[in-house]
Design a protein around this ligand. Structure first.
Ligand code: ADP
Ligand code: MG
Length: 429
């Protein structure tokens, strides 16, 4: 019918706009490298923020003792403790707990949010068992993973630049997040010192390096996209101080978990409005921003049943669209393919950009260098088709050099990494 061909025309146009031929990906990677240079040259020199981490030493393996970590970065936060055994024993024991943040606290007051976190931390410390050892007269120490843009001023202080990922607590912007956390820790009566403030990418880089010395960069594909890599201090013109060697940069082209499901909703809504794709009326739920989450999209995309039952039930449960035909469901899956393929390929181009910046994207005569990139984040971890497309595209882009590049899933490297950085910045060293 006319409607169907109209819908197919929208699909086709969308597919063309999402096209990512290798030539385009190479342009993106080159542009990334250029912007990374610009971002290192001067503050505000690029839209790509190259934030200096103040971590000038990655873990060596010698770290010893009991350390805590707290990871605040999205809808959940995690608390973790590790007993580090030094050179021969590494992580002797670790435990963690995950707590979801009540949505009202994400848009409430600074004290409200930090008190909630400190309270959960205190409860977790209270469950510390015999396997963990704190030498007498010592204060517990914590690595704080805070995955929002921060202008760091030292290893354990930094001002919040802005909230992202659905958080909005205006009074906290510009404040030192370590000072805020420390005050809350004192308010709940816990004796603990924040020894290191890190972004999740830096945590993942540190955790990755601890388990594999060839790790040179970390990439997070979660609610947002971000990466960190080790830069030589003399390659950072804007750095006028003495020590730091590590850089951090941000790369977001609506390719990550926060956006993929939403893109699918927007396209389906357009098809409903302009081509009556779901019948004469536009299903009202389809007009609600962010109602279709990336995990829903992932479930739709991975449906292996012959009648696409999962697609049908997701459309019904999430969008209240019932009785969809197989033909319609197939189009929805095709849209998932287009959206995730674009995102995954752009993510691969971003990684190529970092490798280019480091001069590790080509084989070099007589050199046997291996580069490992630590990957983490819910999108990478759970969206198999995204992950496979990303890894496949990176191989394609690297060609013969792909044998020297390894992608490693760093499962909760960021938590362990923050604890390790607390250890290497302990007041007792
Ligand atoms: P962050 O710390 O940035 O909040 P996480 O690494 O915890 O992110 O990942 C959470 C994100 O991962 C979610 O926002 C969601 O977009 C994505 N995600 C989680 N589960 C799935 C899934 N099954 N399929 C696809 N994406 C998922
Ligand atoms: Mg995270």
């Amino acid at each position: 019918s006319g409607r169907w061909s109209q819908a197919m025309a929208i699909l086709k146009e969308f597919e063309e706009k999402c096209g990512t031929p290798l030539s385009k990906l190479r342009q993106v990677a080159d542009a990334m490298t250029v912007e990374m240079h610009a971002g290192l040259a001067s503050e505000g020199g690029s839209k790509l923020k190259m934030i200096i981490s103040y971590v000038d030493n990655l873990p060596t393996g010698d770290e010893k003792g009991l350390f805590y970590a707290l990871d605040l970065g999205g809808t959940n936060f995690r608390v973790l403790r590790v007993q580090l055994g030094g050179r021969d024993n590494h992580v002797v024991k670790q435990e963690f707990d995950e707590v979801s943040i009540p949505p009202n606290l994400m848009i409430g007051t600074s004290d409200g949010l930090f008190d909630f976190i400190a309270e959960a931390l205190k409860k977790f410390v209270d469950t510390e068992g015999e396997d963990f050892h704190l030498p007498p007269d010592r204060q517990r120490e914590l690595g704080f993973t805070f995955s929002f843009p921060v202008k760091q001023t030292s290893i354990a202080s930094g001002a919040l630049i802005k909230w992202t990922k659905g958080f909005s607590i205006e009074e906290a912007v510009g404040q030192d997040v370590v000072a805020e956390l420390t005050k809350a820790i004192e308010r709940v009566g816990l004796d603990m010192r924040v020894a290191a403030l890190v972004n999740d990418t830096i945590g993942t880089l540190a955790g990755g390096r601890y388990s594999n010395p060839d790790v040179i960069a970390a990439v997070i594909l979660g609610t947002g996209t971000n990466a960190a890599y080790v830069e030589r201090a003399h390659a950072i013109p804007k750095w006028h101080g003495l020590l730091p060697k590590s850089g951090d940069m941000i790369f977001e082209k609506m390719i990550s978990g926060m956006y993929l499901g939403e893109i699918l909703r927007v396209v389906l809504c357009k098809m409903a409005e302009e081509a009556a794709f779901f019948g004469d009326t536009v299903p009202p739920k389809l007009k609600v921003p962010f109602i279709l989450r990336t995990p829903h999209m992932s479930a739709i995309h991975h449906d292996t049943t012959s009648d696409l039952r999962v697609v049908g039930s997701k459309l019904k449960d999430v969008l209240e669209i019932s009785n969809t035909s197989l033909k319609t469901r197939k189009v929805v899956v095709e849209l998932c393919d287009i959206i995730s393929f674009r995102g995954a390929r752009l993510a691969a181009a971003g990684i190529l950009g970092i490798l280019k910046k480091l001069g590790r994207d080509t084989l070099r005569e007589g050199e046997k260098q291996r580069s490992v990139i630590a990957l983490d984040g819910g999108l990478y971890e759970h969206y198999t088709k995204f992950r496979n497309a990303m890894e496949g595209t990176l191989k394609e882009l690297l060609g013969e050099a792909s044998g020297t590049i390894v992608i490693e899933h760093s499962n909760d490297g960021s938590g362990i990494g923050a604890a390790l950085l607390a250890a290497s910045h302990s007041q007792y060293l």
